[in-house]
Design a protein around this ligand. Structure first.
Ligand code: HSE
Length: 434
């Protein structure tokens, strides 16, 4: 970036972990932005940040454990929050905004949970919060929605927003492995956290789709209203059956603005068509597909986590702010959150989907008829039905695809199926997104 004859901008960095270290390395030789202070947990750790071209050096940057001192320093204009988690990030960012600092953060938990109060406070204090790195790491989706695509009315955002689960699903398919083996391998390789709950349960992706929905649809989303289901119950058989039927199984984060004004926002495993661009998002990559009235369908694919991709987004935000601060103290209107209304969320029971079902049944005359009768009585229309042979325990494995139907109706049908003597188990229900 060429930024000449400008005054140096001093920033404070909170956190010097994986993300923080990446930011430090990239800023060591920045022509305009200087890190004045770095907030760390302890001062004893030897730090050797080096620079982005590999020159190693002991860090002479000023580190402190007094993070309050950083966010209240009158010479610091921008605070980069790279602590992660809700606390103390929330209190420190709040204090920083009250002290008229602009904020750059990579913290999705913070933005998805406390975004409304922080954006309101930022508006009151005439400062800006930039958070490109909080959703899908290196994929430039937030500023793209806010700025480059702002002429569009968006109808849908659909994405693969978690690298850990996408890695697991990709490995299960390519190596014929089960879920636990792939999770263990992902942990060994450092792709999955030692406690992978947030990723595997879909929560991480829920934070991200909540943030993107609120930007695209100009309404705030309460994170606990996002229906969330993870990949814990997914089996290799589900994945292989999806392939056989022309689909691919992915953990999908979806948000749609419906005609009734409600937002249908959710995260769950889904069969998507193999021709969908998201079907070719492999391994730890993320992908986001947006649908706008002018641009049509657009997909961005890339690294959703990791030091370098996250640093790419953070420094991009910093450069944007620095360029802006060179001519005005006023926040750029396209980057200020003006919406204050909360979205009306479509309850999951009212959403409409096609479904894939896997059943274990008795193998005797009348079972298929019984399934058909139960489905018929709940307005569930069957699109495809296959008996996939007999198991060791003499039960039959049946897989089915339905036509589009309201979630409430299929759930009622399943409740009734579970009561039928001939149905031994409803093994899985996976939504099919057409
Ligand atoms: N743990 C996330 C992932 C990255 O696996 O994609 C941070 O949100």
């Amino acid at each position: 970036m060429v930024l000449t004859k400008q005054k140096t901008i001093q920033i404070g960095l909170l956190g010097a972990g994986v993300v923080g270290s990446g930011i430090i390395k990239s800023l060591l030789n920045h022509p305009l932005i200087k890190i004045k202070k770095i907030g760390v947990k302890g001062l004893n750790k030897k730090r050797d940040w080096g620079d982005s071209v590999g020159n190693s050096r002991d860090c002479s940057l000023q580190t402190t454990t007094n993070l309050t001192e950083i966010v209240t320093d009158p010479e610091i204009q921008i605070i980069v929050e790279a602590l992660g988690g809700l606390n103390p990030a929330r209190d420190l960012v709040t204090l920083a905004i009250k002290n008229k600092k602009h904020i750059v953060t990579a913290n999705k938990d913070l933005i998805a949970t406390y975004g409304p109060e922080l954006f309101d406070l930022a508006r009151e204090n005439n400062v800006q919060i930039q958070f490109e790195a909080s959703v899908c790491g290196g994929i430039p989706i937030i500023n793209t929605l806010k700025q480059t695509l702002n002429a569009n009315k968006f109808s849908k955002i659909m994405g693969i927003m978690n690298g850990t689960t996408n890695y697991i699903l990709t490995e299960m398919l390519s190596k014929n492995l089960n879920f636990n083996d792939c999770l263990n391998e992902a942990q060994k390789l450092g792709y999955a956290e030692p406690d992978p709950t947030s990723d595997v349960s879909g929560k991480d992706a829920a934070y991200k789709i909540a943030i993107l929905s609120s930007i695209a649809f100009h309404e705030r989303i309460k994170i606990n209203e996002v229906y969330t289901e993870g990949i814990e119950k997914i089996t290799l058989l589900d994945i292989l059956t999806a392939e056989e039927l022309g689909y691919r199984l992915k953990l999908i984060a979806l948000s749609k603005k419906e005609d009734d004004g409600k937002i249908d926002v959710r995260v769950h495993p889904a069969f998507i068509k193999q021709t969908n661009p998201l079907a070719s998002v492999l391994g730890v990559n993320n992908g986001v597909l947006v649908e706008g009235d002018l641009v049509g369908e657009l997909t961005l694919i890339g690294r959703g986590a990791g030091q370098s991709p996250t640093t790419s987004s953070v420094i991009g935000d910093l450069n944007l702010l620095a360029a802006q601060l060179s001519y005005s103290r006023e926040p750029h209107p396209q980057f200020v959150c003006h919406h204050t209304e909360y979205a009306k969320i479509k309850p999951m029971k009212d959403t409409v989907n096609c479904y894939f079902l896997r059943l274990k049944t008795e193998d005797k005359p009348g079972v298929v008829g019984q399934i058909g009768t139960i489905f018929g009585s709940h307005d569930v229309s069957i699109n495809a039905f296959t008996q996939r042979g007999i198991n060791h325990d003499d039960t039959a494995s049946i897989t089915m695809l339905t036509h589009k139907v309201k979630e409430e109706k299929i759930q009622n049908a399943i409740t009734e199926l579970k009561k039928a003597n001939s149905i031994k188990q409803v093994e899985n229900l996976i939504r099919v997104l057409e």
